[in-house]
Ligand binder design. Structure first.
Ligand SMILES: NC(=O)c1ccc[n+]([C@@H]2O[C@H](COP(=O)([O-])OP(=O)(O)OC[C@H]3O[C@@H](n4cnc5c(N)ncnc54)[C@H](OP(=O)(O)O)[C@@H]3O)[C@@H](O)[C@H]2O)c1
Length: 197
């Protein structure tokens, strides 16, 4: 609950204690309740501590997203305690191929009829000419109450060289995506593909 008495917006960030930390802090500064999933408790706690002076709060949810049962139960409990998740920003490694769908399905099931924008943060490989279609997008987009958004992390060309994005550029791009609500976005560039670092 905010000081105004209005319920705070609830945002979920999966894989949020690393390069997405600044996205979590931005949401907390805006007064949101931000549930952050990662395994390492020290980094999660440091992030929660960094938000103590914000209008909102960062709530650590320490679990391994490869453990589907823990993931589903964690999301269900987070919604029960803090209300429907309105935005989910998900940076999930390919070591957990089922997790994106599990996150989306859990939100869809327990979100008390509220829709949630699901921001799927994808590595630049998603833009490779060899990438195999977008079955995941289709599956997630079919879930009731889920509005699918794809965010591809590209690269930057600078002074004739290519480099990967900095954390600041990644977080800045995602904060823009939350605000502008584009269904598809590339942070940096992915073309020409042969110029990637
Ligand atoms: N196109 C680009 O420019 C581009 C694209 C991708 C990555 N990168 C760069 O590559 C670097 C490394 O990427 P990274 O993925 O290590 O980024 P990261 O965001 O720094 O770390 C991954 C996040 O996911 C969490 N995580 C990882 N495995 C997990 C699991 N099984 N269960 C729950 N949470 C888990 C991590 O916390 P725990 O480990 O504590 O669980 C952490 O919060 C980044 O720093 C970024 O700069 C660049």
């Amino acid at each position: 609950m905010l000081e105004t008495g209005k319920p705070a917006k609830h945002t979920l960030i999966v894989g949020g204690s690393g390069m997405l930390s600044e996205v979590a802090l931005h949401c907390a500064r805006e007064g949101q309740i931000v549930t952050v999933i990662a395994r390492g408790i020290p980094a999660l706690q440091a992030l929660a501590d960094a938000a103590v002076d914000c209008r909102g709060r960062i709530l650590p949810l320490a679990l391994d997203y490869r453990d589907g049962q823990a993931l589903v139960a964690g999301i269900r409990n987070a919604i029960a305690e803090h209300g429907p998740i309105l935005n989910a920003v998900c940076w999930i490694h390919s070591t957990a191929p089922d997790a994106p769908l599990q996150v989306a399905a859990s939100i869809g099931k327990w979100n008390q009829g509220q829709s949630c924008r699901y921001f799927d943060v994808l590595g630049s490989a998603a833009a490779s000419p060899a990438a195999r279609g977008d079955k995941r997008r289709q599956l997630i987009a079919q879930i009731t109450n889920i509005l699918y958004r794809s965010i591809v992390l590209g690269f930057v060309r600078e002074k004739g060289f290519s480099r990967w994005l900095t954390h600041r550029e990644i977080a800045g791009g995602l904060i823009g995506a939350l605000k502008d609500d584009r269904t598809e976005m590339i942070i940096g560039q992915v073309e020409p593909w042969r110029l990637r670092p």
